[in-house]
Design a protein around this ligand. Structure first.
Ligand code: FAD
Length: 559
């Protein structure tokens, strides 16, 4: 309201779904308009609860259910003058009359409400594949507080000892960790050949190793075929490969699908991926209806393709933008980078932007990748832990396209820096120049982000010709390992010759000039020094990207 002006009748804004996207939108509307009438409808018993905390409530890390309630209906009323109606399912949208139909489950009645603007934030529902036995007691999905309460009660009442988690994505792995922490033995069954699909396969190997080290059995490349109930109430999970896994409970975590039934029935445009189609202001094909969160399709920031993304950050930001748009402000959602993070048995796994798989699907070929394994802070300060970092960048202009990192410390802050760089269309030259905070216990004078940028710029400037470990089998090149003799004899690639960096200049004459030379070491640094020396002496040389640390992720020993 402008100064000195009496408050006019505000818009009547109805919000369907009162968690991440819906609650953010409603609260933002109030901050922009005291006059607006705002009502949130949620079919569940709560609004604004922490879905992201649910695995940790199952794991008893979060002890009290009430800790999951970020804001209550009372708080919305008192603090924001927003009315919240829980256990109120919106059944239909009458676009012509600008009304919705609501079922009040408590009073068992159906009524209508008129709107000036309608916001759809219904989220996504967990996929329950139509497999035999999927409805058996003991087979759970996790989306709501009541879901998590049911799983907790089942574990306690059945004294559950064994669990099968179907799906090795973020939620599946968080559940695996929490069930292990509760003392259950856990098997993860994943149809893909890797866990955590946002990672490229060689990075996911590090995650699988951590799972194995904590006793989690991981069955990759195998889908669930059926669930059978035993007389004692336990379950038998049969897989497509014919294996049988006994369990006391099953968690289905094979992904979510956008809740679009309301939008579809109302004739709103849907996209090819099955989500609600919105423009950059989060407006649907009906200019009086906005949609946000897991239910909508948005543009991928890197490839420009329509994508579905089920993450809390985009849902919250979109809710805020929709509110601005409803109240007449110019807004434009930038798209999603799929920046995410996962904690797993002391390991942090984080990612942002495109990986090689998404670039492949989008048909992008003009990119390069590098691997590095720096400490999370200066090596001379006690306790440095390695970060395994993969950077993906454009070979056309050096633009940063994506990054993935795995380690015990300092992973999330590096990926956050790179995420912001991507959003600002930064290049690897920018990463090399980034001025980041440093003291020995926090980082390094050349931070891992700088080092990633420096290696990538070396590649672009042809100072460091790379070759991937993928090219190793059957190569005609001579592999030269420049680690010290003792390290080399502790294990090396078959057929590699050992020429320690310290002896390289004196013994360079032993190397062939008519054959490609591929240089390797532990993490890639000595090999880089060797590559530079050999290049300047006229050899045809390449650096095996990321050193032995990366080699073992391409050719892992079975775990
Ligand atoms: P939601 O938050 O799901 O809210 C939708 C609401 O709409 C629900 O309460 C639903 O009951 C209600 N609703 C649906 N249809 C109707 C209707 N017709 N009438 C009335 N109400 C309706 N994201 C992260 O970024 N990081 C994480 O660590 C993370 N962890 C997660 C862990 C779990 C176990 C789960 C389930 C999700 C996690 N997510 C995480 C994803 C994140 O929670 C979602 O992306 C985010 O909540 C989506 O917000 P939304 O507003 O679109 O939908």
């Amino acid at each position: 309201m402008e100064k000195g002006k009496a408050m006019e009748r505000g818009k009547r804004i109805l919000v369907v779904g009162g968690v991440a996207g819906g609650a953010s939108c409603a609260a933002r509307v109030r901050r922009l308009s005291e006059a607006a009438e705002i009502i949130i409808f949620d079919r569940g018993p709560y609004v604004s609860f922490a879905n992201c905390g649910l695995p940790y409530y199952v794991g008893d890390v979060i002890r009290e259910e009430k800790e999951l309630l970020v804001a209550s209906a009372e708080l919305f009323k008192e603090r924001f003058n927003i009315e919240v109606r829980t256990e109120s399912e919106v059944l239909a949208i009458d676009r012509e009359n600008r009304e919705i139909e609501v079922r009040d489950s408590r009073a068992s009645r159906v009524y209508r409400e008129a709107y000036d603007a309608l916001v759809l934030a219904p989220g996504a529902s967990p996929v329950r594949p139509p497999l035999p036995g999927v409805e058996l007691p003991g087979v759970f999905v996790l989306r709501t507080i009541p879901d998590s309460r049911r799983i907790r009660e089942w574990i306690l009442s059945r004294n559950a000892r064994r669990a099968v988690v179907v799906g090795g994505g973020l939620v599946g792995l968080e559940m695996a960790e929490n069930l292990v922490e509760r003392g259950l033995s856990v098997t993860v069954v994943e149809k893909l050949e890797q866990v955590l699909p946002p990672l490229d396969p060689e990075m996911a190997v590090l995650v699988k190793e951590r799972l194995a080290s904590r006793g989690v059995s991981v069955r990759l490349g195998d889908g669930v075929a059926s669930f059978e109930g035993n007389r004692d109430g336990s379950l038998l999970i049969r897989t497509e490969s014919g294996a049988a896994e006994p369990a006391d409970l099953v968690i289905l975590a094979i992904g979510v699908k956008p809740e679009v039934s309301l939008a579809k029935a109302a004739g709103l445009e849907l996209g090819g991926r099955g989500g609600i189609r919105v423009n950059e202001a989060m407006q649907t094909s009906d200019p009086r209806i906005w949609a946000v969160g897991d239910a909508v399709e948005v543009r991928d920031f890197i490839t420009g393709a329509w994508s579905l993304i089920a993450l809390a950050g985009p849902a919250n930001r979109q809710g805020r933008l929709a509110a601005d748009s409803i109240l007449g402000r110019e807004v434009s959602f930038r798209g999603v980078q799929a920046t995410g993070v996962c904690g797993l048995f002391g390991l942090t796994i984080a990612f942002t932007g495109a990986n090689e798989k998404t670039l492949g699907v989008a048909g992008v070929t003009s990119y390069e990748t590098i691997y590095l394994h720096p400490g999370h802070h200066a090596g001379y300060y006690p306790g440095a832990k390695p970060i395994h970092l993969k950077l993906v960048f454009s070979t056309d202009d050096g633009r940063v396209l994506g990054a993935q990192a795995v380690g015990e410390e300092g992973v999330d802050k590096r990926i956050d820096v790179i995420a912001m760089a991507i959003q600002k269309h930064a290049t690897v030259f920018d990463l090399a120049e980034a001025e980041l905070c440093y003291a020995p216990q926090f980082g390094a004078a050349k931070d891992p982000v700088n080092v990633a940028g420096m290696i990538a710029t070396n590649v672009l400037r042809q100072d460091l010709p790379l070759v991937s470990w993928r090219a190793l089998p059957g190569t005609e090149a001579l592999v030269v390992d420049v680690r010290e003799r003792a390290v080399f004899s502790g294990g090396h690639i078959e057929g590699a010759v050992n020429l320690p960096l310290t002896e390289l200049r004196a013994r360079m004459g032993e190397l062939p000039r008519d054959r490609e030379i591929w240089v390797c070491c532990s993490v890639g640094q000595r090999a880089y020094f060797a590559t530079r020396a050999l290049l300047q002496n006229g050899f045809d040389v390449r650096n095996l990207s990321g050193g032995f640390q990366t080699y073992r992720t391409f050719f892992p020993s079975p775990t």
